[in-house]
Design a protein around this ligand. Structure first.
Ligand code: HEM
Length: 146
């Protein structure tokens, strides 16, 4: 997929009705990396959230469920098994994030935690840049407050 082609998940999704499973990005990072790096990313991300002065309050006290959501979602998004959707249905990321006030500061805080998490999880280039490009644009797409 070229940088100019919007990913299907970048478009608002219908609230009900059949929705196609989002296209997998190319290259298929799951095929290259397997599941473990995505679990390392999710754990590293929430370890950073856990000690973050402004982000922590947005997340539940117990971070085990968010870690699982994130890891399974990323595995699915990056081309692996669909455990996330098998358990929870279509991701509908914008809808699922509406309850959380995501302004530019929250968006930037999330992205900073994720950038650090990719480093903590030992994700090497060029995969790190490919993942960050996805995270940067999706986090912008999820902004829902001025
Ligand atoms: C690339 C950007 C992002 C991705 C791929 C992503 C993905 C996800 C996923 C898959 C879930 C689980 C939803 C569920 O199954 O119920 C989730 C939950 C959540 N996200 Fe995000 N998110 C992103 C950005 C953000 C941003 C920018 C914020 C706020 C600053 C945020 C805050 C939350 C919160 C508070 C939850 C609830 C924790 C949970 O129940 O898992 N997310 N996110």
């Amino acid at each position: 997929m070229s940088a100019e082609t919007p990913h299907p998940q970048d478009r608002p999704l219908p609230v009900s009705g059949a929705v196609p499973v989002p296209q997998q990005p190319s290259p298929n990072l799951y095929a290259l990396l397997g599941p473990e790096p995505f679990w390392r990313i999710a754990r590293a991300f929430y370890a950073r959230i856990d000690v973050h002065p402004t982000m922590r309050g947005m997340f539940p006290a117990d971070l085990e469920e968010p870690i699982r959501n994130q890891a399974e979602f990323l595995i699915q998004y990056f081309g692996g098994p669909t455990e996330y959707s098998d358990r929870k249905g279509h991701p509908r990321l914008r809808m699922r994030h509406m309850p959380f006030a995501i302004d530019v500061a929250a968006r930037n805080g999330w992205v900073a935690c994720m950038r650090g998490a990719l480093q903590d999880a030992g994700i090497e280039q060029p995969h790190r840049d490919a993942m960050m490009a996805y995270f940067e644009r999706t986090a912008t797409f999820l902004m829902n407050r001025e």
